[in-house]
Design a protein around this ligand. Structure first.
Ligand code: OXD
Ligand code: MN
Length: 638
């Protein structure tokens, strides 16, 4: 049984301490108190107030005082529990129905369906590249959900910037939400406050409306004090009106609207229109023993180790890695034709299970203070716990699982939810790159694609050229993870790791990537594919991964530096024997890592053709089909 807390009716929020410095009660009818919020943003707030009818309105300014007051309020409400083992760290337990992104309730809204998703071919199966809704359907959905949805609650106004404030690559938004948990998290993940006002004075900011959908008094009790409305959850993106509408979920990607909704879905559409790229990619800087530095962006599907790679401690002596971002990259050409990238976020919303001092010490050091944990387990000494945390425990420690129940090692159910998260400020990561907030971004030398492929796909290969690289990105597949509602270990197609995040027709997205490669004067990054997850016949990983992935980064840097140390295979260029440093790894064999098998790739080509036909139909750019055919020919000749 889940613990049900909360009363029907009569649910009172403790008043916020009077703190004029950071917030104002706003008169819903006049908007008075919205301070210097620029008029277009003020009008958006007024519309939201009229629709949602909150009890009070508060304008967030991102100040430390605001943070203290919010956390105190969340604690008083029973939504956050302090973790006294650390400094200013907190634990939230959600309603167990609200634990991940909900892809089947996430929609793109355009006049024409074709602008959102490729056409369904006759007889094709369910589509995987997004869901479409028409503007009138969205209006109806809004009218069915939002009127009065914030009654009895406070509407928080969050003015925020994605990217360093004032950067030519940054964009701003305003999120209206009735969830103080969302406010506390957005304050970590984005740059909140009046420094965004000059940009908000233009009318082109992204309008983000979010409600947990549980007006007060409650009609049903809450579970774990976590308000949500799973049956009516809807996450809608309306790029033509630069707006996001999210209802019914308080969880991560559904509710922190700066992240997946803005920085990927809306931004990818803006990027297409404006000639840049918004991608599901980490960004890291890698420095060789001679002091030469390269920046790399890498796209992996959710929960494939992006955070681990972005914060890696190299196992190769003399090499260093610095982190710019772990999830999203916005990339634009500069005047010299180089792609420069910023991380639009200012925090990490990382998957907790599997994170340890062995797998990611920098993440462990990052999350020791000022961090909000969600759905992890708890130890009796006020610490956190999850599968794979691998930390010494004092004898007698007892555990509480993510559902708030007593738990002990060996129990059949995990202590932490597989998609449990930490939300921590990026600046706390010990290896943040000195340029991570450079408004001009960092120059990208290589783009890496990857996924969890237990067999057949070499440890690393380089694309023959940009066009082949676009094909490699479109052909990405990976085992499903817990980040969304999918279950099991089945292989899913995930082009560019963007399958859940495309902001427009995925065929047009591939065409946009092809266009980027044709840009005059562009000094294009080289494109690679990696697979850390190869297994042997006994099901054991054949590559040690983690810090050893620096060996692969070293080879990638050598290629970027023009070294002639690759061998051609039908799938791409792999390191020549001896070119990848395997020193000190006696049980790793070159041939296990780089064999390319004809039957495997014949099957892969067949599978890809079927996938393209079913999902992209005639919107697949012909260049991508030609690349598939060229691969097929090369495989035939093996
Ligand atoms: C994430 C995801 O939360 O990709 O980063 O699902
Ligand atoms: Mn992600």
């Amino acid at each position: 049984m889940q613990k049900v807390i909360g009363r029907l009716g009569g649910h009172h929020l403790p008043p916020l301490p009077p703190c004029r410095a950071w917030s104002w009660d706003v008169s819903p009818s006049t908007g008075e108190g919205l301070g210097t919020l620029p008029p277009p943003a003020r009008r958006f707030v007024e519309e939201g107030v009229r629709l949602c009818r909150p009890r009070a309105v508060r304008l967030c300014d991102g100040s430390p005082e605001e943070g203290v007051a919010l956390l105190a309020q969340l604690q008083a409400q029973g939504l956050l529990h302090p973790l006294p083992k650390y400094d200013n760290c907190w634990l939230a337990r959600t309603d167990p129905r609200d634990v991940a992104r909900v892809e089947n309730r996430t929609v793109l809204v355009t006049e024409r369906e074709r602008d959102s998703i490729p056409p369904k071919p006759p007889g094709g199966g369910p589509r995987q590249l997004g869901n479409w809704m028409s503007p009138p359907e969205l209006e109806q959905a809004v009218q069915e959900r939002f009127p009065g949805c914030m009654e009895g609650r406070t509407l928080y106004v969050i003015p925020f910037s994605m990217g360093p404030v004032g950067s030519p690559l940054a964009k701003v938004g305003v999120q209206l939400t009735d969830s103080p948990y969302v406010v506390a998290s957005m304050r970590i993940m984005t740059r909140v406050g009046p420094q965004t006002f000059p940009a908000l004075a233009r009318d082109d900011f992204i309008r983000c409306l979010h409600s947990v959908g549980r007006p007060l008094p409650l009609r049903e009790p809450l579970v774990n004090q976590w308000p949500c409305d799973p049956p009516r959850t809807l996450i809608a993106h309306h790029p033509d009106r630069r707006r996001i509408v999210s209802f019914g979920s308080g969880y991560g990607g559904n509710s922190l609207l700066g992240k997946k909704c803005f920085a990927l879905r809306i931004a990818s559409r803006l990027a297409r229109d404006e000639g840049w790229l918004a991608e599901h990619m980490l960004i890291l800087g890698v420095t060789d023993p001679m002091g030469r530095k390269r920046y790399v962006a890498a796209a992996f599907p959710s929960a494939c180790g992006k955070t681990n790679l972005a914060m890696m401690t190299p196992a190769l002596p003399g090499w260093r890695v610095h982190c710019v971002g772990d999830d999203i990259a916005w990339m634009k050409f500069d005047a010299e034709g180089r792609l420069r990238a910023i991380n639009p976020e200012s925090g990490f919303f990382g998957v907790a299970p599997g994170t340890s001092m062995r797998t990611n010490p920098n993440a462990m050091l990052t999350i020791r203070s000022n961090t909000i944990f969600t759905n992890v387990g708890q130890t009796s000494d006020g610490g956190v716990y999850w599968e794979g945390i691998d930390q010494p425990l004092t004898p007698g420690t007892t555990f509480t699982d993510w559902l708030g129940r007593a738990w002990k090692p060996g129990d059949p159910q995990p202590c932490a939810h597989p998609n449990s998260r930490f939300c921590a400020p990026a600046r706390q990561c010990p290896i943040m790159d000195p340029s991570w907030e450079d408004p001009e971004g960092v120059p990208i030398d290589a783009i890496i694609f990857g996924g969890r492929r237990p067999e057949g796909v070499p440890l690393v290969y380089e694309a023959f050229n940009w066009r082949h690289g676009v094909f490699v990105g479109s052909a990405m597949r990976s085992e499903a993870t817990a980040a969304a509602e999918h279950t099991g270990r089945r292989l899913m197609h995930d082009p560019f790791a963007m399958r859940p995040f495309f902001g427009y027709n995925a065929g047009q997205y591939l065409a946009h990537w092809l266009t980027i490669g044709e840009r005059e004067g562009a000094r294009l990054p080289r494109i690679f594919h990696v697979n850390w997850f190869l297994k042997d016949a006994a099901g054991r990983y054949v590559w040690p991964g983690f810090g050893h992935n620096a060996r692969v980064l070293a080879w990638i840097c050598s290629r970027v530096g023009g070294e002639d140390n690759a061998r051609s295979t039908p799938v791409g260029l792999v390191p020549r024997e001896g070119a990848l440093d395997l020193d000190g790894l006696p049980s790793v064999s070159y041939s296990d890592l780089f064999s390319v098998s004809r039957p495997f790739w014949e099957k892969e080509v067949r599978e890809l053709r079927g996938y393209y036909e079913e999902n992209f139909g005639e919107d697949l750019p012909k260049e991508v089909m030609e690349e598939l055919e060229a691969l097929e020919e090369r495989v035939k000749k093996m």
